[in-house]
Write a protein that binds this ligand. Structure first.
Ligand code: RP5
Length: 187
């Protein structure tokens, strides 16, 4: 299992090490975030991808502090074989939108919970895209990061029967756990 507590292991690239993914698996999902400080949130996206055996990479790419790197990353994404990009950022969260402006890949935006405005700034920065350049915007914080990974897996599962089975199994296990933890007696 990859060590997910700190970022970044392996010089900025988090290599998947679940039983289903070899360390050399070509990444299908790119997880990018505006700052190392976003890792606390974005590790939940990465953990979910690890759990589902989805080959991925994780990198810090900032729309404001490393704009050229962002353009290079987004422009190269299709050619590198990525299928989905998950972009998390907080505050003036322009990373998902600018990434989407430079690639036709589906971009899923995760608003990181900011200290100043609790993530409402992040959410509105990401969600209010002009028609023509879509970003699929998730919830603020951990739930959004987890769901971005599940959504990325669902997109990939359309063309990957084994992943579809793992996703179905995850959902069934989740349902079972909720029912076992809080059985409801109907009278
Ligand atoms: C954004 O600014 C990042 O996505 C992060 O959420 C926020 C604060 O960054 P740091 O000052 O913690 O590096 O670009």
């Amino acid at each position: 299992m990859a060590e997910l507590g700190t970022f970044p292991p392996n010089n900025g690239n988090l290599v998947p090490e679940s039983p289903r993914d070899s360390a050399s698996a070509k990444p299908l999902v790119g997880v990018i975030m505006g700052s190392r400080s976003d890792w606390e949130t974005m590790q939940h996206a990465v953990q979910t991808l690890v759990d589902l055996g989805v080959p991925h990479e994780a990198r810090v790419v900032s729309a404001h502090r490393t704009p050229d790197l962002l353009f290079d990353y987004a422009e190269a994404a299709v050619g590198r074989g990525l299928k989905v990009i998950i972009a998390g950022a907080g505050g003036a969260a322009h990373l998902p939108g600018m990434c989407a402006a430079k690639t036709r890949l589906p971009v899923l935006g995760v608003p990181v919970q900011s200290k100043a405005l609790n993530g409402q700034d992040s959410l509105l920065s990401i969600v209010q895209m002009p028609a023509g350049i879509p970003v699929g915007t998730l919830a603020i914080g951990r739930a959004g990061a987890t769901n971005a990974a599940l959504l990325a897996a669902a997109i990939l599962a359309n063309e990957d029967a084994a992943l579809a089975e793992r996703l179905d199994a995850f959902r069934a296990a989740q349902t079972r756990k909720v029912l076992e933890d809080a059985p409801l007696e109907l009278t």
